[in-house]
Design a protein around this ligand. Structure first.
Ligand code: ADP
Ligand code: ZN
Ligand code: MG
Length: 476
C-alpha cells in the first residue's frame, strides 16, 4: 500500500520590536541573564500589562503580506500552565479571536507550484529560558526573553512532503525579513518551527493521527526530521501498530525523533480572556495605512525581474531571496550593468567573498556602481576576464573603484600586438619540443603556451590576441 504524508506547520517568529509585548523592557538578544526584566515580565502581582502597538502593527503587516483577513476585533487570552520559565503561571496569547485568519502562501518544489493555506496568525508573548548547563546539579532561569512579542503562523494541513515543508518555511522567512518584522535567524531561535505530521493510505481523505515535532533549527533539520518521522509512522502502520498522538523531539546528533510528552488538549490550558487587557480594535484606516507603506513582496519582485530583465526562474529565485540582494542587483542594472552579467558576479565572486568573511551584502564596501564600472573596463578590453577577478576582490576589500585599482596596480590589459608578439616568440623559442609535439597533433599543448605567456605578462596579455598569434605562428 502507498502512503501519503500530511504536514501542517506552526511557525513562531520573534518580532523585531525594540521593547517587549506588555512592558518597556528591551528585546536585545544575548545580554547578561535577567538584565532585561521588570515587575511586569517577571510576573509580580499587582502589575498591569500595556500592549505594544508596534507588535500589533507587525502582525497586521504579516497578515496583509500573507493574504490573510485582518480581524476588526481580536482579543488576548490567558493560556494557563506551569513551567519555571513562565513566572506568571500563564502565557498571554490569542485563542478564539486571532488578529489574522485564512491566508495562503505559494511554494514551488520541483517545478510544481502549490498553494498552502494559512489558518491563522496570532500574537503572544514568549517565555523565558531554562538553562541546564554548568557542572553543578542545578538549573537556572533567564527571563530576558520572557514577554518578547511572538507571532505564531499556523498552516492548514496542506503540505505533502518534507521538501515542501522546508520550502514553506523558507518562503515565510523571506517574507518576514522583507517586511522587516522578524530577522528570521533560526539558529538564535528568532524563527522556530514545529511540525505536525501524519500519514494515511493514498487516496484516503480522512486525516491520520499526528505527532508534533519540535527542535528543528534549520531547513535541513526540518527535512531530515520529517523524513524520519514519516518513515517511522509508515512502518508502524504497516506493522499494524497505531501512531500515538504526542509531542516528539528531533535529536540532530542521532538523526531520530523521540517521544517527549503526550499531547495536551486545548481544554487542559483553561484558556480565558485576559481581564487585564482591552480587546484589540483594528480600524480599516489603520489597515489601509499599513498596506500603503508595504514594500514590494518577494513574489512580486520575482515576477517583475523575470519580465523586465529576462531572468531565468533560478536566477530570479536566487536574487530575490534577500531584499538587500535584490536591491543591490537592481541598482547595478540601473547603473547600466547587464542583468545576466551582474547576477553572475553576485552569485559567484561576491557570494564567495562574503561567505569567506561570514558577512552579508549589507555594508559591503563593493557597491553596485563599482561592479558596473569594472564591467565597463572589461567591455572596453582595458582589463582581461582574469584580471577582472583580481580587481573585483580588491574593490571588495578596499571599496575603491575599478579604474583607480587598475591604475594603481598597473593591471591594464596588454593589447598591443607587437608587444605580445615578442613574448609569444620568446615562449615558442624556449620550448622547441612542445612546438614540435603540437605540430604533430597534440592540440592540448595550446593551453601550455597560453599559460606561459600569461605567466610572463602576469595575466595581462589580451587572451584573444594571444590565441590568434599562437595559431598564426604554430599552424602558419
Ligand atoms: P492541535 O489541536 O493539536 O493544536 P490543530 O488543529 O490546532 O491541532 O492544528 C495544529 C497544526 O497541526 C496545524 O498546522 C494543522 O494544520 C496541523 N494538523 C492538524 N491535524 C493534522 C493531521 N492529522 N496531520 C498533520 N497535520 C495536522
Ligand atoms: Zn519587562
Ligand atoms: Mg491548536
Amino acid at each position: 500500500m502507498q502512503y501519503e504524508a500530511v504536514i501542517g506547520l506552526e511557525i513562531h517568529a520573534q518580532l523585531l520590536t525594540e521593547s517587549k509585548m506588555f512592558c518597556g523592557c528591551p528585546t536585545k538578544f544575548g545580554s547578561e541573564p535577567n538584565t532585561q526584566t521588570c515587575p511586569v515580565c517577571i510576573g509580580m502581582p499587582g502589575v498591569l500589562p500595556v500592549m505594544n502597538r508596534k507588535a500589533i502593527e507587525y502582525v497586521i503587516r504579516t497578515g496583509i503580506a500573507l493574504n490573510c483577513g485582518i480581524a476588526p476585533h481580536s482579543r488576548f487570552a490567558r493560556k494557563n500552565y506551569f513551567y519555571p520559565d513562565l513566572p506568571k503561571g500563564y502565557q498571554i496569547s490569542q485563542y478564539e479571536l486571532p488578529l489574522c485568519e485564512r491566508g495562503f502562501v505559494e511554494i514551488t518544489v520541483s517545478g510544481d507550484t502549490r498553494r498552502i493555506g494559512l489558518t491563522r496568525i496570532h500574537l503572544e508573548e514568549d517565555a523565558g529560558k531554562n538553562i541546564h548547563e554548568g557542572a553543578g546539579n542545578e538549573s537556572f532561569v533567564d527571563l530576558n526573553r520572557a514577554g518578547t512579542p511572538l507571532m505564531e503562523i499556523v498552516s492548514e494541513p496542506d503540505i505533502r512532503s518534507p521538501q515542501e515543508a522546508a520550502e514553506f518555511v523558507k518562503k515565510l522567512r523571506t517574507v518576514v525579513r522583507y517586511i522587516g518584522v522578524c530577522d528570521g535567524n533560526m539558529e538564535e531561535g528568532s524563527l522556530r518551527c514545529d511540525a505536525n505530521v501524519s500519514v494515511r493510505p493514498a487516496g484516503q481523505t480522512e486525516l491520520g493521527t499526528k505527532t508534533e515535532i519540535k527542535n528543528m533549527n534549520s531547513f535541513r533539520f526540518i527535512e531530515k526530521a520529517l523524513d524520519y518521522e514519516i518513515r517511522r509512522q509508515i512502518k508502524m502502520l504497516k506493522e499494524g501498530d497505531r501512531v500515538i498522538q504526542e509531542t516528539r523531539l528531533w535529536d540532530p546528533n542521532r538523526g531520530v525523533t523521540e517521544s517527549m510528552r503526550s499531547k495536551e488538549e486545548a481544554h487542559d490550558y483553561r484558556y480565558f480572556p485576559d481581564p487585564d487587557l482591552m480587546p484589540v480594535e483594528v480600524e480599516q484606516s489603520w489597515i489601509d495605512e499599513i498596506t500603503a507603506g508595504m514594500v514590494e513582496l518577494p513574489d512580486v519582485t520575482r515576477h517583475r525581474f523575470i519580465e523586465k530583465y529576462s531572468l531565468s526562474g533560478d536566477d530570479a529565485d536566487f536574487i530575490v531571496s534577500e531584499r538587500v540582494t535584490a536591491a543591490w542587483f537592481e541598482e547595478a542594472v540601473n547603473h547600466g550593468g547587464d542583468p545576466k552579467n551582474v547576477i553572475n558576479w553576485i552569485k559567484g565572486d561576491l557570494m564567495k567573498l562574503l561567505n569567506e568573511d561570514n558577512r552579508q551584502i549589507e555594508g559591503c564596501l563593493l557597491t553596485p556602481r563599482h561592479l558596473v564600472g569594472m564591467l565597463g573596463l572589461l567591455d572596453k578590453g582595458t582589463i582581461s576576464g582574469k584580471i577582472a577577478k583580481t580587481v573585483f576582490e580588491e574593490m571588495y576589500k578596499t571599496g575603491k573603484d575599478a579604474e583607480a585599482i587598475v591604475k594603481e596596480k598597473g593591471l591594464v590589459q596588454m593589447s598591443d600586438e607587437t608587444g605580445i608578439e615578442a613574448i609569444v616568440d620568446e615562449v615558442l623559442s624556449k620550448s622547441p619540443q612542445e612546438v614540435e609535439r603540437f605540430r604533430a597533433g597534440d592540440a592540448k599543448l595550446m593551453g601550455f603556451f597560453v599559460g606561459q605567456i600569461m605567466k610572463l605578462t602576469k595575466g595581462k596579455a589580451n587572451p584573444k590576441i594571444v590565441n590568434e598569434l599562437l595559431k598564426k605562428k604554430l599552424l602558419g
